[in-house]
Design a protein around this ligand. Structure first.
Ligand SMILES: Cc1cc2nc3c(=O)[nH]c(=O)nc-3n(C[C@H](O)[C@H](O)[C@H](O)COP(=O)(O)O)c2cc1C
Length: 210
């Protein structure tokens, strides 16, 4: 039993916690794809384990090119916009050690290379190694409205597989936090997500898939 527990502990340490952020990858035409992703991270050992859905552009790009940049951000307007494909072209600069781009609004960034891929599950598991990392500015800190927008953004990306009632209930609860503790950007981000969910066509909803 003790042995089993220590094995579990080891795995937990190796696999690490999930850190929500944004991954940029290069598309086939060299343009940049920007998508929120929540890898498991072990930053001391310079490891990120990404689990992109196989149908995502990020997954496609990482299979083809094997390089990407993971960003720790506190700009939830950028995260929400990226989650629903409305991000436009935010300011970026070239990564230092890989063929990739860094978001200027990030707090920190991690340039990574995919080392192993396991596609035997619903999500492809990609074990990556951090080749280079950089710091742009301090993280804002905890804020309930920012966290509420992150939750709402995750729900918005699952609109196809989640009932309208569940989403509406969650959004009502999250809106209270945005109203209490958010700034202009958090309000705008929440509004964007609400509109996206409300306008999502009924015929694209397939509740059985997820
Ligand atoms: C905070 C956050 C974390 C997310 N983490 C993941 C993830 O780990 N894997 C995944 O496939 N999608 C994740 N998503 C959903 C993707 O961002 C979403 O499906 C997006 O449209 C994928 O974009 P792409 O097709 O350009 O890669 C996450 C969304 C949010 C808001």
């Amino acid at each position: 039993m003790e042995e089993q527990n220590s094995h579990l502990q080891d795995r937990k340490t190796v696999v690490g916690m999930i850190l929500e952020g944004i991954v940029t990858t290069k598309n086939d035409d060299q343009s940049v794809n920007i998508a929120p992703m929540g890898p498991r991270v072990d930053l001391e050992r310079k490891r990120l384990i990404l689990r992109p859905f196989p149908e995502s552009r990020t997954c496609h790009n990482l299979i083809r090119r094997r390089y990407g940049v993971f960003h720790v951000i506190d700009d939830v307007l950028l995260l929400a916009s990226a989650a629903i494909g409305r991000v436009g072209t935010p300011l970026m600069f070239p990564a230092e050690k890989i063929d990739g781009m860094v978001l200027k609004k990030a707090c920190r960034w991690y340039e990574f290379e995919v080392q192993e891929m396991d596609d035997s599950n619903l999500r492809t598991e990609m074990t990556t190694r951090v080749i280079h990392q950089g710091h742009l500015r301090e993280f804002f800190g905890f804020n309930r409205a920012k966290h509420a927008v992150v939750e709402a953004a995750i729900l918005a990306t699952r609109v196809k597989f989640t009932s309208r009632e569940t989403i509406a209930d969650e959004f009502r609860r999250l809106l209270i936090l945005v109203e209490k503790t958010g700034g202009k950007d958090e309000h705008r981000a929440f509004e964007l997500l609400q509109n996206y969910v409300q306008q999502f066509p009924d015929d694209k909803v397939s509740l059985n898939e997820g």
